[in-house]
Ligand binder design. Sequence first.
Ligand SMILES: *Cc1c(COP(=O)(O)O)cnc(C)c1O
Length: 400
Amino acid sequence: MNFKALAEKYNTPLYVYNLDEMSKQYESLKSAFKGRKAILAYAVKANSNLSVVRHFAKLGAGADCVSIGEVRRAFLAGIPKYKIIFSGVGKADAEIREALESDILYINVESDGELQRVEMIAKELNKTARISVRVNPNIDPKTHPYISTGLHANKFGVDINTAKRMYIRAKNSEHLDPVGIHSHIGSQLTELDPIREASEIVADLVRSLQAIDINLKFFDIGGGLGIKYNNEVTIDPYEYGQAVLGTLTGLDITVIGEPGRYLTANAGYFLTKVMYEKSNDDKRFVIVDGAMNDLLRPSLYDAYHFVEAVDKEGEKTKADIVGPVCESGDFLAKDYELPALEHDDLIVVHSAGAYGFGMGSNYNTRGRSAEVAVEGGEDRLIRRRETFEDLIALEKEYLD
Ligand SMILES: *Cc1c(COP(=O)(O)O)cnc(C)c1O
């Protein structure tokens, strides 16, 4: 990819996504479930740009959404309603109502209280709500605590016994139709054992529900498949498929996966330009035009991203790459070996296609970056850079 030409054409800071790479990732996971009824429901929150979601729609993907806004994005992007799932611990009544009216595949319910709200709203609308219950299998996924979700210490889902009670309630309700079961134990998973264990626990629950005549159609294994940021040993998609399918013997059930990061992270790049170099005593800083408001992961999770100084050679020394935002936590990389850099040199932050732009903000009244897609060697703008006018649009009219 010609990063220099892209930075020239669209300016920096800039997100660039290789859609062909996203297709490749999608197909590799899809083929891991070959011969089985399976849907890959793209986790929209990983990268919710409409053109990215549309790209997955064209590949045949469904969508896993965690707000009604994401459900609307999925519809706009052309994902068929029978492949849209609505998850999340705190759905508002209005969101539940709209999801039911839109007739999506199912609502993934995360508490008994939510199940009651869904039932009540379905009744008001004179509908039957298709639901799945998110089970928290209490498995340690061995990932960063901020992105672990499958332990009882995490806020997500319900324990097995509560889930069972909820299914019985749903089965006995005129307005609820239990169609699926769901678990998602965390993100950036690099070990197969916790996934297999969680899948076994959930599959056992499916069997015990069958015994009381509750027959689920969808086995939703969530997302979480890890990627290589640095030197992680990642899970092979085929082995992932085998591990999950191995727990489903004897069950006639459609498998649903909800990959996010796996599909988009390594297809995305964040381009930023060097403004200044400086040293405070021995500490070297490279100040760039991109910041934590563009790419939050280093600040939020202390996440590592591979960084490339484009076309720069020479002896390397350690430096922190920092942005213009007024926070000490505003950095893109720490103690990173870099050659000497000058004004306007281009830095490319890799693996930025997931949880990058979407976690962006306007902190320090900084407009968010533009986003560009590259497909078949052609580049095109898929979100224009925010202007100052965009940033104040919702306040201006209230100025007295
Ligand atoms: C975030 C999330 C995903 C996607 O996670 P990745 O680690 O990006 O694959 C899938 N399902 C649910 C319910 C999520 O919250």
